[in-house]
Design a protein around this ligand. Sequence first.
Ligand code: SAH
Length: 221
Amino acid sequence: MNTTISGIGMTSQRTRDRLVRQLEEAGIRNRRVLDVIRHTPRHLFVDEAMASRAYENTALPIGYGQTISQPYVVARMTEALLEGGPRRKVLEVGTGSGYQAAVLAPLVERVYSVERIQGLQRRAREVLSTLRIRNVSLKHSDGGWGWPEQAPFDAIMLTAAPREIPEALLQQLGEGGVLVAPVGDEGGSQKLIRITRTANGFEQEVLESVSFVPMLPGTIT
Ligand code: SAH
């Protein structure tokens, strides 16, 4: 591996190990999730000017008014999604930088990720290709419609917050599948929820309070 990917100084393995220790202290228990975060070069998913801060446990700007989520939140949502069963096909709404998709990729069979801002989607595609991550499919579209051609999914993750979970997404969840999402108004109170589809309907749990950019309708080219 070259130093672009392996990192030096503030992007080195030692810096990444420190982040993983912080996540463990914050309560992340899933070893596989922690290992993937340890090995995923988050500094490649942020602007070069931000690279030295890539292994701080904070959200960072990625352009277009969007942010790469805080590593703790990425870890928590990934852990919540994996609990309770193997997840083969996973849909992500809000590709953004592509970091969350890169974290999911080694943990599931295939990731389908949709993004409404084309510029972000293009950049994510480049980074994922640099990292030779091949089981992530990207699409430029309004994630409120899901990805019907690929449904049903074993799990769906939203990384932007709607006021209410769009009905189309619930319908694309297979039985036994889970949907993990922040719900609520920007700047107001948002909750991270997990919805499980059972034979009888949908069950909802509230996991914790979070702060996400809003899920918006339509696409931007
Ligand atoms: N998972 C991303 C987080 C990016 S922030 C990462 O790891 O970097 C949330 C992203 O959701 C933004 O890029 C935003 O443009 C996108 N988004 C918001 N509403 C959307 C919608 N309706 N469909 C698809 N993407 C959406």
